[in-house]
Design a protein. Structure first.
Lengths: 323, 160, 754
């Protein structure tokens, strides 16, 4: 780790003013400290957001529901409102990381977590996401879990998180403060595909701070399914979040998002079309999973991602049906 | 004082401390190097094994992923802070012995601190619930069945 | 889930458990010395080549930096160190700082020492390497077979000929992935010089070997070196041998005249020590229609390095498992550009047994026989390789008892015919046999010292890296002397103590126990003699033959505390020595062991072949939609000879069985062939079992009467638990799904991919 100065602003205005070159904000720190120790992040200044009260502002009785970005994942998942009305979100948080990490990681920090691509995490490997202009090492190397959807010749690293996937299916937004104003961005629009600039991960500027997650009133039911090699404490090999409006067993409207298999939380209009207006049978749920990857050419490298991504969608749809 | 160091005020196992520390110093290194509390172990240094689990302000956290400066003013409880003042064991420590819930013992302090959190959070109602809630604590000896049994023993005793 | 708060199995609770649950137990990285400096390693960031430059300028100006050791500074000052296979104590003979040559990605190329760990880590990251890079081959299956090194071959009869008149032939290729030990305690070293005497704290399974290895590499006499390893946070074979970073930490301490501590980062561990190599197995079984085996052929290729040749095939052991009729096995090592692989829990047995025990299951399916029945049917009368009688073979008993505990008779044979209506999972039940050779161990000595306070201290240079050896020995002393457990101390993990072997080969507990039993018996005789001497009197009164705990009853009928006897002696203590020299070891071999060389008696004696046996039963549930495999429960029944302490043994056996679950479903070292390196070696990427993956495991021990390997009659339990466990899971997956996955690990996409 390189030496750095530490600042601890006491309000949002001070925090925004502290932004600058070689400066990194730190909330729970579970990503930032990890990457600093790997020499992947090497800020000269670290700005702690722990005392910024605005980031804790939560309004459960509004529409949308507002969860402060500085609320921890454990606190959010424990809210009865979240558990009852947004089951996909509760499940996505419950299945993320470990209890210890959920106790400190914040909602805002979780959304902005970095990819787990081992080349990104290895400071000695070229990586365009880490160093603009570098070639993608994973493209020629071994990345078992390469993004099947949204990849470019410059980056094939999957977005690792679970919560953002659920938020996309729930059509949630984030509120962010910039130096000039407060903006609201749909979570579905927050993340960029790598294209030829993989280092630009979100539509936010470097000095902006996510201040809240905004949840619209739920429509219908929702579910989140996470597939991985072991039963717990692992990133998703594939995940799917589904929010469904059902009329008995007929799908009136579907919002389906995938994780672990795409460069950003991925909303699949193909999967949604495959079930919309249809009876939600196992066959239909299976077809929806396949539809999400219809446009993807099968290769040896993406076989695992496609198989698990498709089945995650199927399982999440069936979970909405109640089994 | 150099700009890359800071004064940290922290209470550990009930004892207040005020230390000058490198801003890079993690909580686990502060506990071990500055305070000599080596019961908290470092297994990975990157939040993937749970061996460094301690409690900060009443919740279980990973001391390797927390910079000491960010714990300013915090109340920290480590494995050395369990048990009675006369050297008696905490009931979860005793349950680990009774269930032989360990082999090499390296992950054990973290398992116990995490187990306390698991019980305190009300997530020790069934073996399955304990297993999920404790999955942030790896045990390469795989003494898992004993650990789950020990936590269940204590949770049952407290619920009764 | 409720249970009485009594010590497990009515025996002593783990004697070091209190220190471990309070955090008081001192592991290497916990030790600190006044004035201690901190080290960090720089590892190669390219796969293979020659270092042209190591630029240290930026690192040197980091505040607090004291020393940067590279090959330029160390040539001639250190080494050589011999690998175990060459008669030494090192993991590999290749000294990574011997010169500019880099043989593998991640090779240690520099050691940085600074005042604080943060400074050392920062400086290490600033060291820049330039090199002339060369192509590297890390994929053993892409390597040219012409370079393979044959390390073993054995033939009995003509199994290829048997194929021509067999009714059934199973022929298949099986693979196991390269794997990492991943003990939760990382490698670490603490080194302190006092004048020309070196003390090293190191997590090792072999303090004696480490002492001699360090002495040789550092150019000092063995008696100038002391190695301390009181607690080891998991070893599993990965801490068996001396590693080069230990040498260089000691070298840095010598140059700086200050104690130096190194804590190795998790991500560096994979290329500083050994790993379980990838292996590929071609197996052919020939049998009659009724399941009688006629032939077994097994050819395996195991990944190796270019520095050392380490045979890890294991077919010499699998060839003795059944009455095969005819046998032909061959083993090759495939040199690749990696650090030398090495011993990892059942290094010979795990991969071989996976291949054979899956093939046996395939044969059972082909023959339409129950797989338990097929194994029973081919039970040999004598060892099929040397035609020697077995010393206590209880595989049928293990299979029968395991089947009973598991409820095997309720198994429905057709694939996919069992399900759990509650979870919707398809169920599969699988079985596999376990075996592990009964190595005889090495020469072992121990000291028993009774002091005036009545404490009996047993001391020997053995290790307890979680095996429970301390507890088993304490139990033995308590029983042998009728001692008070509170006044028994077991001192291990210090090379200054009497000679004892490496904790390896599942035989160190038995040999340590034999030596301790000898010492305990000698101590008891001495105490009786002393009681007679100091308390002369009449004949003992009737009914007083059984002494009270921690007491001796004199001929006069007086009951005297052990401590009271010691206090009558000069020096207030009674000391005796015990020893155990395994059968078949010559005086020359004992001398070799004293000189720090690895000496272990074979499993084959002139009159018998000895091994432990067991049986695994596994139930898996497979999610029909997602392909998720969950091991729901396991039963293991083992015969590991005389039981010294059942709870310690069962804990280890359960751990081994759970390792098999991890090996079956998730553990693999990913390889980047293009860049010639391992990828994802930390615990975030290399997945080991979590709590949530661990099923209920029932373990039972079958303890036979009959001949034993040694006076204690115990064989170890550290390794047999993982042998066959993965095969039982794979066979259960087949039973559930009809998919025969022959490559570990088995993962969900293998089961749902169309």
């Amino acid at each position: 780790m390189r030496p750095f100065e530490y600042a601890r602003p006491s309000d949002l205005a001070q925090a925004l003013a502290a932004a600058g070159p070689d400066t990194v904000f730190i909330a729970g720190g579970t990503t930032v400290v990890d990457l600093m120790r790997l020499d992947v992040l090497a800020p000269r200044r670290l700005v702690g957001l722990g005392d910024v009260a605005e980031l804790r502002r939560t309004e459960l009785d509004g529409d949308p529901v507002r969860l402060g970005a500085g609320v921890t994942m454990a606190e959010a998942a424990a809210l009865p409102l979240v558990r009852e009305r947004y089951p996909a979100l509760a499940a996505a948080i419950d299945l993320a990381a470990s209890a210890q990490i959920r106790n400190v990681a914040t909602l805002g920090g979780n959304l902005l977590q970095k990819t787990r691509c081992p080349y990104f995490r290895d400071a000695s490997s070229p990586c365009g996401r880490r160093r603009p202009g570098d070639a993608c090492s994973a493209l020629t190397g071994h990345l078992e879990q390469r993004a099947v959807l949204g990849a470019s010749p410059h980056c094939v690293a999957p977005y690792p998180g679970d919560m953002a996937v659920a938020l996309v299916a729930l059509e949630a937004s984030v509120e962010a403060a910039t130096a000039a104003k407060v903006v609201t961005v749909q979570v579905a629009d927050l993340f960029r595909e790598p294209g030829d600039a993989p280092h630009k991960e979100t539509v936010l500027g470097d000095g902006d701070i996510i201040t809240a997650v905004l949840l619209p009133a739920p429509r219908g039911t929702s579910a989140f399914v996470k597939l991985r090699d072991r039963a717990s404490f692992a990133f998703a090999a594939a995940s799917a979040a589904v929010s469904l409006e059902l009329d008995h067993d007929r799908v009136v409207a579907a919002r389906i998002a995938l994780g672990g298999v795409a460069t950003r939380p991925w909303r699949s209009s193909e999967a949604e079309s495959a079930v919309s207006g249809e009876r939600l049978t196992p066959e239909r749920a299976f077809a929806a999973g396949e539809a999400a990857f219809e446009a993807v050419a099968r290769t040896h490298e993406n076989r695992r991602g496609i198989a698990l991504g498709a089945r995650a969608v199927t399982a999440a749809l069936l979970a909405c049906r109640g089994g | 004082m150099k700009p890359e160091s800071a004064v940290v005020s922290i209470t550990v196992n009930g004892t207040p401390h005020r230390l000058e520390a490198d801003t890079r110093r993690t909580l686990v290194d502060l506990l071990r190097e500055d305070l000599g509390l080596t019961g908290t172990k470092i297994g990975c240094g990157q939040g993937t094994c749970g061996a460094c689990t301690v409690h900060v302000d009443g919740v279980r956290v990973l001391a390797c992923l927390l910079l000491a400066v960010t714990v300013e003013g915090g109340q920290v409880l480590t494995i050395e802070g369990l048990g009675t003042p006369d050297g008696g064991l905490h009931e979860l420590q005793q349950a680990f012995i009774d269930r032989d819930a360990l082999q090499c013992g390296f992950c054990t302090p973290g398992q116990i601190m995490s187990g306390l959190g698991c019980i305190g959070e009300g997530r020790a109602n069934t073996a399955e619930e304990i297993r999920e809630s404790m999955s942030g604590n790896l045990c390469r000896c795989a003494a898992y069945p004993g650990i789950v049994a020990a936590i269940a023993d204590v949770a049952e005793g407290q619920g009764a | 889930m409720t249970g009485a708060r009594t010590p497990p199995e009515g025996r002593l609770p783990r004697v070091d458990a209190r220190d471990k649950v309070t955090g008081a137990a001192e592991y290497t990285y916990d030790h600190s010395e006044p004035g201690q400096l901190h080290a960090a390693l720089v590892c190669a960031t390219f796969a293979r080549g020659v270092l042209r430059d190591i630029r240290t300028a930026a690192a040197e100006v980091v505040p607090g930096v004291r020393l940067i050791l590279t090959h330029r500074d160390t040539r001639g000052a250190v080494g050589p160190g011999l690998a175990l296979m060459d008669g030494g104590q090192f993991h590999t003979s290749f000294d990574p700082l011997a010169g500019p040559e880099v043989r593998y990605h991640g090779q240690m190329v520099a050691l940085v020492v600074a005042d604080t760990p943060e400074q050392a880590e920062q400086a290490a990251a600033l060291v820049e390497l330039t090199a002339e890079e060369l192509p590297a081959q890390v994929d053993p299956y892409a390597a040219d077979e012409a370079d393979d090194i044959e390390v073993f071959a054995l033939r009995r009869g003509d199994p290829a000929g048997a194929v021509t008149h067999a009714d059934l032939v199973v022929e298949a290729t099986y693979e196991t992935a390269a794997q990492l030990h991943q003990p939760i305690e990382p490698y670490a070293t603490n080194a302190r010089w006092s004048g020309d005497r070196l003390t090293v704290w190191s997590p090792t399974q072999w303090v004696v070997g480490e002492k001699h290895g360090l002495a040789a590499a550092l150019g000092v006499e063995p008696d100038q070196v002391r190695v301390i390893s009181r607690h080891v946070g998991g070893a599993f074979g990965g801490k068996a041998l001396t590693l080069w970073h230990t040498v260089y930490t000691a070298e840095a301490a010598r140059r700086l005249r200050r104690p130096v501590r190194l804590g190795v980062r998790r991500g560096q561990m994979a290329t500083l020590g050994s790993f379980r190599p990838a292996s590929r197995h071609r197996v052919r079984l020939a049998a009659r229609r009724d399941g009688t085996l006629l032939g077994y052929e097994h050819a395996c290729r195991t990944q190796g390095s270019r520095s050392d040749v380490l045979p890890l095939g294991g077919t010499a052991l699998s060839a003795r498992l059944y009455r095969f009729g005819a046998v032909a096995v061959r083993e090759h090592v495939v040199p690749t550009d990696v650090i030398t692989p090495g011993f990892m829990r059942a290094p010979l047995e795990f991969p071989t047994s996976f291949a054979l025990e899956c093939a046996i299951d395939e044969l059972a399916v082909a023959a339409g026989l129950d797989p338990v029945e097929l194994r029973r049917l081919n039970e040999p009368e004598v060892d099929p390789v040397d035609l020697l009688p077995f010393s206590g073979r209880n595989l049928p008993a293990c299979l029968d008892r395991g089947a009973e505990l598991f409820g095997w008779s309720r198994r429905q044979a057709p694939v996919g015919s069992m399900a759990d209506p509650r979870t919707g999972e398809t169920l599969g039940w699988g079985v596999a046999a376990a075996y592990y050779p009964g190595y005889g161990g090495g020469p072992t000595f121990c000291r028993a010292r009774l002091s005036g306070d009545g404490v009996v201290e047993i001391a020997l240079a053995a290790q307890d890296p979680g095996t429970g050896l301390r507890t088993a020995l304490a139990q033995l002393v308590v029983e042998r002397l009728r001692a008070d457990p509170r006044r028994v101390r077991i001192s291990l993990g210090d090379s200054d103590l009497p000679l004892a072997p490496m904790a390896a080969g599942s035989c160190s507990s038995a040999t340590a126990a034999a030596a301790v039993e000898d010492a305990a018996d000698r101590l008891l005789r001495r105490l009786r003699d002393l009681a007679r001497k100091h308390w002369p009197g009449q004949e003992p009164a009737p009914g007083q033959a059984v002494p009270d705990r921690h007491r001796i009853v004199t001929p006069g009928g007086t009951s005297i505390d052990f401590g009271e006897i010691a206090r009558r002696e000069d020096g207030q203590a009674v000391t005796v020595e015990g020893s155990w020299i395994p059968e078949g070891l010559t005086p020359g071999m004992v001398a070799d062991a004293r000189a720090g060389r690895f000496v272990q008696a074979h499993e084959t004696t002139p009159t018998a072949y000895r091994a432990s046996y067991g049986a695994h039963f596994a139930e898996v549930g497979v999610d029909r939609v997602t392909g998720r495999v969950r091991v729901r429960r396991m039963v293991g029944v083992f015969d590991v000879g005389r039981v010294l302490h059942a709870a310690m043994l069962k804990n280890q056996l359960r751990g081994g069985m759970l390792w098999g679950v991890g090996h079956a479903l998730m553990e693999q070292l990913h390889v980047d062939k293009e860049h010639g390196r391992f990828m994802g070696v930390d615990l975030g990427s290399y997945h080991i079992l979590t709590h949530a993956d661990a099923p209920a495991v029932e373990v039972e021990l079958v303890t036979p009467p009959g001949p034993h390997a040694d006076p204690v009659g115990a064989r170890g339990a550290g390794e047999i638990g993982v042998v066959g466990s993965s095969a039982a899971v794979a066979n259960a997956v087949f039973h559930a799904t009809g998919r025969r996955i022959r490559r570990l690990p088995i993962r969900a996409h293998d089961l749902v991919d169309q």
